[in-house]
Design a protein around this ligand. Structure first.
Ligand code: CP
Ligand code: NVA
Length: 305
């Protein structure tokens, strides 16, 4: 049997995505139903970037399934002192049952997976954040019902969180609109492939400049920080470029009256979103954060059987 990984959302097909979301709903409805699936097993969580939600949700998911998480920060593994990724993958594969990694380069996570004989889960790279996208789709379905045909408007940076959400929304047959300033568009290869997947499933893709055009009548309005982890040196130039891209009440008012606001968090009130929107009645960010747990449980079950 080939080892399953979750390096990007493209590791799932539509059937696997919907099954995983159904499992996450079951895990949320009855957290005890899945206890024991990882009994006696260990999962290495190796993070070289900060994390609140991803770390606590995956650690809790492993424990809920009866397993034991081993959490290590950047320089705690010999990897941080130059031990090759391949050697690390070989050793961890002999002892643990899965590796969850948060780091900078997507290529490093892919190299780890090439050499591992256990599932590797991408817990965020500069390019992708698949676990976040699973929680996002679960949250949209919870609040608005069937995903297919719903319109998502992403305002701001064409970043890692967007790439994964775009891939997931495409598989679910949603209409994805993104409004970015010039120079901060999403990766064209990822967008091109996601657009093809979206149209195969009845959805569509539009790349825009104007936030108002993206948001018009949308069911879901989403944003993320303007400055991602690792981009601190570009902060001034990014803040200047993203002037006019804040999701505020005036922008939100142009979405559908039933529209929800989402943000993967952490949020910076007054930058990418105004406080009245993120703390207002259309915001579902706390459900979105909680659903990181239920979708992590489902993802581990999918990968580890
Ligand atoms: N949304 C998210 O991944 O949050 P953390 O960086 O806190 O894990
Ligand atoms: N785009 C952000 C997401 C944090 C969860 C980052 O990469 O820092």
């Amino acid at each position: 049997m080939t080892t399953r990984h979750l390096l990007t959302i493209n590791d799932l097909d539509a059937a696997a995505l919907h099954a995983l979301l159904a499992d996450a709903r079951a895990a949320k409805a009855d957290p005890t139903a899945l206890y024991g699936a990882l009994a006696g097993r260990t999962v290495l969580l190796h993070f070289t970037k900060a994390s609140t939600r991803t770390r606590i949700s995956i650690e809790t998911a492993v424990v809920r399934l009866g397993g034991h998480p081993i959490f290590t920060r950047g320089d705690e593994l010999q990897l941080g002192r130059g031990e090759p990724i391949a050697d690390t993958a070989n050793v961890v594969s002999r002892i643990c049952d899965a590796i969850v990694i948060r780091t900078f380069a997507q290529a490093d996570v892919e190299e780890l997976a090439r050499h591992a004989t256990i599932p590797v889960v991408n817990a965020l790279t500069d390019e992708h954040h698949p676990l976040q996208a699973l929680a996002d789709l679960m949250t949209i379905e919870e609040h608005l019902g069937a995903l297919q045909g719903k319109t998502i408007a992403w305002i701001g940076d064409g970043n890692n969180v967007f790439h994964s959400l775009a891939q997931a929304a495409a598989l679910a047959g949603m209409h994805v609109r993104i409004a970015t300033p010039e120079g901060y568009e999403a990766n064209p290869e990822i967008v091109g492939a996601a657009a093809t997947v979206a149209s195969a499933h009845g959805g569509s893709f539009s790349e825009l400049r104007d936030p108002a055009e993206a948001v018009a009548g949308a069911d879901v309005v989403v944003t993320d920080v303007f400055v991602s982890m690792g981009e601190e040196a570009q902060a001034d130039e990014k803040f200047a470029a993203f002037d006019g891209y804040q999701v505020d009440a005036a922008l939100m008012a142009q979405a559908a009256p039933t529209a929800i606001f989402m943000h993967c968090l952490p949020a910076h009130r007054g930058e990418e979103v105004s406080a009245d929107v993120i703390d207002g009645p259309q915001s579902v960010v706390w459900d979105e954060a909680e659903n990181r747990l239920h979708t992590s449980v489902a993802a581990l079950r999918y990968l580890l059987g």
